[in-house]
Structure formats: C-alpha cells, structure tokens
Design a protein around this ligand. Structure first.
Ligand code: SME
Length: 165
C-alpha cells in the first residue's frame, strides 16, 4: 500500500519537496512511462490543493507526421485529446520550451478551455536531450492559484521525470 498523503497547510517549498520525494520513490525502479505518469498525476492531485485537473500531455504526431501533444495520464475531468504545437497554454509551453504561468486563462489568447471551471493554469515542459517529450499541466478553478514557487516545484519534478517517462 502506498500512503503518500501530505499534511494540510504545508508551505509550497515543503509541499513540493515532499511531492518530489514521493514521485522519486514511486518511479525510481519502474521503467514504464505510462505507469510513472499515472502515479505522478495521482500524487500531484493528492498533494497540491485547489486543482481541478493535473496531468500530462505527451509529444506525439498527427497522421501526417507533424508533432502535436496527445493527452496522457491525468486526474480530473476528461480533456481535449490533441493539442497542436503553438496552440493553447500547453502548445505554447511545448513550442517555446518554457514554463507558462497563467493567472487568468480568460485573458490568455488562444487558451483551450477543456473545463469551463478553470481560471488559472501552470504548464511546464519536460525536456530530454534538448527536446520536449511531454508537458505537465495543472489547472485550478481559482484565479491566480499558481505562483513562482509552484513553477519551481513542478520544474524540479519535470527534471526528475525526464528519464522516467
Ligand atoms: N487549457 C489547456 C488545455 C489542456 S486542459 O486544460 C486539460 C491549454 O490551453 O493548452
């Protein structure tokens, strides 16, 4: 049995340290990418308060062979399956290889609304060998839910997972 539940009211740096340790412990001896993304989606959902979606989009391809993001393991409501590179918050994070911290999704040009409840969003690319292999996406129903400490925490998680997904 895994019992990684965290205490309520932890400060962000401590919360992300605990999340990182739990993700490390769960993925270190497992080579299956889907299993590792599924468990880390569950951990993010368990550890990070005020979320309505937490999960992965993996780099995939269209029928014509162009790169695009494809829905991976997640927690939350069913979501958009394919996102073209450069579109939406996820597609821009993948194209620019840069974290996107969006305080108000309604003010973000091109935001793709998978759930009308979502108000703010954090997307972090997972980079391996100079290429984006996936993005981690967190959504919240609260405006400006995410700040630099969340970005730093999820970036460290993305780095940990680069060789494990
Ligand atoms: N809002 C994202 C799409 C993914 S869902 O939020 C799960 C975007 O604009 O890329």
């Amino acid at each position: 049995m895994y019992d990684f539940k965290t205490e309520e009211g932890l400060a962000a740096p401590e919360l992300y340290r605990e999340l990182h340790n739990a993700a490390d412990a769960l993925t270190t001896d497992e080579s299956d990418a889907v299993a590792n993304m599924a468990n880390v989606a569950a951990l993010m959902w368990e550890f990070i308060p005020q979320l309505n979606w937490a999960g992965f989009y993996r780099m995939g391809a269209t029928a014509r062979g162009e790169s695009e993001l494809v829905l991976g393991p997640f927690m939350g409501r069913p979501a958009c399956i394919r996102i073209p590179i450069g579109q939406g918050v996820c597609g821009i994070a993948a194209r620019d290889m840069e974290t996107q911290l969006v305080e108000d999704v309604h003010a973000f040009p091109g935001h793709i609304a998978c759930d009308a409840e979502t108000r703010s969003e954090l997307v972090v690319p997972v980079v391996k060998g100079g290429q984006v292999i996936a993005v981690i996406d967190l959504d919240s129903p609260d405006p400006a839910r995410f700040g630099p400490e969340d970005a730093t925490g999820i970036e460290a998680l993305a780095e940990l997972l680069a060789d494990r997904i």
